[in-house]
Design a protein around this ligand. Structure first.
Ligand SMILES: Cc1cc2nc3c(=O)[nH]c(=O)nc-3n(C[C@H](O)[C@H](O)[C@H](O)COP(=O)(O)OP(=O)(O)OC[C@H]3O[C@@H](n4cnc5c(N)ncnc54)[C@H](O)[C@@H]3O)c2cc1C
Length: 398
């Protein structure tokens, strides 16, 4: 029997996160959204404060095992906490999502470079939000291409060439690297064997301060403005083989698909959070705005929009929970994750647009946050692969 009830422990986490999102994340997200220069936003007191509060609570180390000092949260806790954080702000939720990218590698243990142990200690004990990772894969000329396998002529431009035992990396990753500007470690995917096309990609988990690594200006963008994104440049960056996570070959496709399964599930749940934020604001507004002698909630056109939002949010969440559950039992299913994420992000786009409509003229003003949720939702149809590309790839499994 399918069971939607959550253990008491996760329910408590949900309540705590909801309160944290209301008190800390939402106000910070709105402030950061309104700072016109991204560089000022990401170095602002607001950014520092919200990250330090989040790290003090331990959101950054929630999934890391207790043995290494993480919180060891149960698998389904993830999806519940991410939704609540995203109701607060989709950009800050995205930042916290990618933050443990390198610490997660370090927590795997094994025979590894001493950097990882030092990094993991610093990350676990971080109460200021100073340590965080990022995933650098997309390139200026290769976005959707990253999903093209079996075509040797399609390959990444960023190259790693062997020099003795080391690899020397040259090239650059696109302006979309989430947390790319603030990260102090990168999960980096680069071409090592051009004859294999995308299968010739190797994966490294590297410190962000290696000589030759520089960042571009943080991206000035439409939505999710609390999430810093930037280009990352590699100029003769020498990487020790101890930083290699996965060499090129067929294993790369499998690993990418695993990452996309979790990534799409996470993007989908952020979309649910953003849609819920807009829905909750619109519902409250509809219950107090009077037009035609009654609150607008009593007008059928408004009521229908609100119920439509409610049912679409519930439906998207149910599909995402299925994907999260499959991941939690060790049976990740790429097409389910892709279905859930495309449904959720398309839903968020429609729901946020409808909720702006419920506010009438006030919906487009900065007086209410609903216009921000609408802008935030758009990015979720592109993040981790466009919805079109993701749908086409999922269709291959039919
Ligand atoms: C909010 C956000 C966060 C992101 N985070 C990261 C990150 O952390 N790390 C990272 O490396 N990247 C990140 N990205 C990059 C993201 O993965 C890419 O933007 C995405 O994969 C699309 O690539 P592109 O922008 O180059 O578009 P393109 O690939 O150039 O696509 C342009 C258009 O053509 C369409 N198209 C392309 N190929 C095909 C095809 N074969 N068939 C049909 N249609 C096609 C696309 O659907 C799209 O509409 C992020 C992007 C966003 C928006």
């Amino acid at each position: 029997m399918v069971d939607f009830s959550l253990p008491e422990e996760i329910e408590k986490m949900r309540e705590m996160t909801r309160e944290f999102a209301r008190q800390e994340v939402r106000p910070a997200g709105i402030e950061l959204d309104r700072i016109p220069e991204p560089e000022k936003a990401y170095t602002s007191d607001t950014m520092r404060r919200v990250l330090s509060r989040a790290y003090e609570v331990g959101f950054h180390k929630m999934n890391l095992p207790k043995e290494v000092g993480g919180l060891g949260a149960p698998p389904m806790a993830n999806i519940v906490v991410q939704e609540e954080l995203a109701v607060g702000d989709g950009g800050i939720a995205s930042h916290l999502l990618v933050a443990p990218m390198i610490a997660g590698r370090a927590a795997m243990g094994g025979n590894m470079h001493p950097f990882y142990k030092e990094y993991l200690d610093a990350f676990i004990n971080d109460t200021k939000g100073e340590h965080s990772g990022a995933w650098a894969i997309t390139e200026p000329n290769h976005g959707s291409d990253l999903f093209e396998f079996g075509q040797p002529e399609i390959q990444m431009d960023t190259r790693a060439v062997k020099d003795g035992d080391d690899y020397v990396v040259n090239g650059h990753k696109s302006a979309f690297v989430s947390n790319g500007w603030l990260a102090d470690g990168y999960l980096l995917m680069v071409n090592v064997d051009p004859s294999q096309g995308m299968e010739g990609t190797a994966t490294f988990a590297i410190p962000g301060n290696l000589p030759g690594i520089t960042r571009g200006k943080p991206l000035n963008k439409l939505g999710l403005r609390a999430l810093n994104q930037s280009e990352v440049f590699f100029d003769d960056v020498r990487i020790s083989p101890e930083f290699l996570m996965l060499p090129p070959g067929p294993g790369y496709k499998m690993m990418l698909e695993r990452m996309v399964t979790s990534g799409n599930t996470a993007v989908g749940i952020i979309a649910v959070g953003v849609a819920r934020a807009a829905y909750e604001e619109a519902l409250a507004y509809a219950r107090q705005r009077v037009q035609g002698g009654k609150v607008i909630f009593e007008h059928q056109a408004i009521k229908l929009k609100l119920f439509n939002a409610y049912r679409q949010i519930e439906a998207a969440r149910a599909l995402l929970w299925k994907s999260a559950w499959q991941i939690s039992i060790g049976q990740p299913h790429l097409p389910t994750a892709m279905a859930a994420r495309t449904v959720a992000s398309d839903m968020a786009m429609q729901v946020t647009a409808d909720m702006v409509q419920i506010f009438g003229g006030y919906g487009i003003s900065k007086e209410h946050p609903v216009e921000k949720f609408y802008r935030d939702a758009k990015l979720l149809q592109i993040m981790d692969g466009t919805n079109e590309l993701v749908s086409l790839k999922a269709a291959d499994y039919l």
